[in-house]
Design a protein around this ligand. Structure first.
Ligand code: 5RP
Length: 223
C-alpha cells in the first residue's frame, strides 16, 4: 500500500502511540483520520492477544473499533464513581502550537473528545507535521451550539471578531454532531490569546463546547 506523505506521518505517529498501550488499559479513542490509524493499529495488537477496552469519542470511531475487534464501552462504564479512570487517551488535532494548545473539532466530535480527554490520566495526541503552528487560528475554530441558539450565538461570536459559518455536510444538509447539535466554524485567522477567547466563548449561553483544547495535552507525538 503506498501512502501519501501526510498519511505516512499520521501512521508513524499512531505507531508510537500504540507502543504506549499496556495490557488491561482503558483507552480513550479519538476521532479523525489520524486517530483512525491508531484504532486500526491497536486492533492488530488486540488480534495478537492484547486486552483493552476503548471509550470512543464518536459513533464513527465506535464502528471502526468494533470492526477491529476492540471491546467498546460507554463513558458510563468506566466507573468514575468508584475511582475508575481512562488510562490513556489518543486523538488527533487540527492545529497545535508550541505550548500544546490545540484546535480540535474538524470532524465535529469536539464535545465527546474533550470529555474523554478530561476523564483520562494521560492525554497523548498524534499528528502529521502540517498540524504544528506558531499561532492558532488559521483553522476555523469549531464551536458546538444547541440548534435553538444558533443565530444568537453566531451574533455573539461575530462580535468577538469573525464571521461564523454554520457547518454543512458534503450534500449541503445541516451538519449535526453525535449529540444532535450544530457546529459554527469560526475563522478567527489569528488567535493571539486562546485562554481569553476560550473564557469568552464559554460564557455565551447556547455554546455547548468550543474546540480550544488548553492545558489538556500531556504529550504530542508527530510522525
Ligand atoms: C475530530 C477532531 C480530529 O481529531 C481532527 O479534526 C483531526 O483530524 P485528522 O486526523 O483527520 O486530521 O478533532 O473532531
Amino acid at each position: 500500500m503506498s501512502l501519501s506523505n501526510a498519511d505516512a506521518q499520521k501512521r508513524a505517529a499512531a505507531m508510537q502511540a500504540v507502543k504506549l498501550v499496556e495490557d488491561g488499559m482503558t483507552l480513550g479513542l479519538g476521532t479523525g483520520s489520524t486517530a483512525a490509524w491508531f484504532v486500526t493499529l491497536l486492533g492488530e495488537r488486540v488480534q495478537d492477544g492484547l486486552r483493552v477496552r476503548g471509550v470512543p469519542t464518536s459513533e464513527t470511531t465506535a464502528a471502526l473499533a468494533r470492526q477491529c475487534g476492540i471491546e467498546v464501552i460507554g463513558l458510563d462504564q468506566v466507573g468514575f464513581e468508584t475511582g475508575g479512570r481512562i488510562d490513556l487517551c489518543v486523538d488527533g488535532v487540527d492545529e497545535v502550537d508550541g505550548q500544546n494548545r490545540a484546535i480540535k473539532g474538524g470532524g465535529g466530535a469536539l464535545l465527546r473528545e474533550k470529555i474523554v480527554a478530561a476523564g483520562s490520566d494521560r492525554v497523548v495526541y498524534i499528528a502529521d507535521a502540517s498540524k504544528r503552528v506558531e499561532t492558532l487560528g488559521a483553522f476555523s475554530l469549531p464551536v458546538e451550539v444547541i440548534p435553538f441558539a444558533v443565530a444568537f450565538v453566531s451574533s455573539r461570536i461575530a462580535a468577538l471578531g469573525c464571521g461564523p459559518v454554520l457547518r454543512q455536510t458534503a450534500d449541503s444538509a445541516e451538519f449535526r454532531t453525535d449529540e444532535n447539535n450544530v457546529v459554527l466554524d469560526c475563522p478567527f485567522a489569528v488567535i493571539d490569546d486562546p485562554e481569553s477567547l476560550a473564557a469568552e466563548l464559554a460564557l455565551i449561553p447556547g455554546v455547548v463546547e468550543h474546540g480550544l483544547f488548553l492545558g489538556m495535552i500531556d504529550e504530542m507525538l508527530f510522525g
